[in-house]
Design a protein around this ligand. Sequence first.
Ligand code: PEP
Length: 253
Amino acid sequence: MTARPLIYAANWKMNLGPQDAAAFLDRFLELTAPQPDRSLWFFPPAVSLATVAHAVRPRPDILVGAQNVHWEPKGAFTGEISIPMAQEAGAEVVLIGHSERRHLFGETDDQVARKTAAVLKAGLRPLVCVGETLAEREGGRTEQVILRQLEPLLDKVASADWGRLVVAYEPVWAIGTGKNATPDDAAQVHELIRFALGRRGVSGRLPILYGGSVSAKNVLALLARPELDGVLVGGASLDPDGWAELVGLEAAP
Ligand code: PEP
């Protein structure tokens, strides 16, 4: 039996400029080889996109993506990057609606949906993040928040396009805190996402990743749950040796 395909996505946030990114890739590529059914996605800062895309050219198992894009193809949007620009720099995937974008920069559910639709229209794959804050979880509102975040996506993305979308469940309270969701908690929300999409006619198995304080210590327990199709990782993806170890870990037979 072949293992299900897994995605290991590295979100570098505002770390690793072009020089550090090149050094990271030199080391990481030396330590790793492509593995069947496992793809590795890197989200470097925009200034390092071209460097990373160039470095991973010999590795078809590795995709490079932008951490954010604007939905318009060009215009007076100081500080933003467009989808065509990201594509020209080598991006094949785009991270959208990360909780830091939502909570620190005020990105709305509607903007997330507009970006997602634009990314799909351009032929790239969006990795869309959803997740509740601690107050929302403690207030029993996890389900309500996730459904609210999905709703504009369901309105703006045609059902035929959902096959190219990837969702990441990232509880905000678990990001960068060292406090990951338990495999059961994560699996429960992944099920909810699948159910909500299925109810609105999205068929097929769309990959759903878990993100939030994933490390080499907890990744196997999380991925032991069949509801999870991979992980989105911040802190533990910044060191080439540690990231190479994490993406290479195998569950005992
Ligand atoms: C993230 O940035 O998406 C993330 C999950 O960060 P960390 O792994 O550091 O919690």
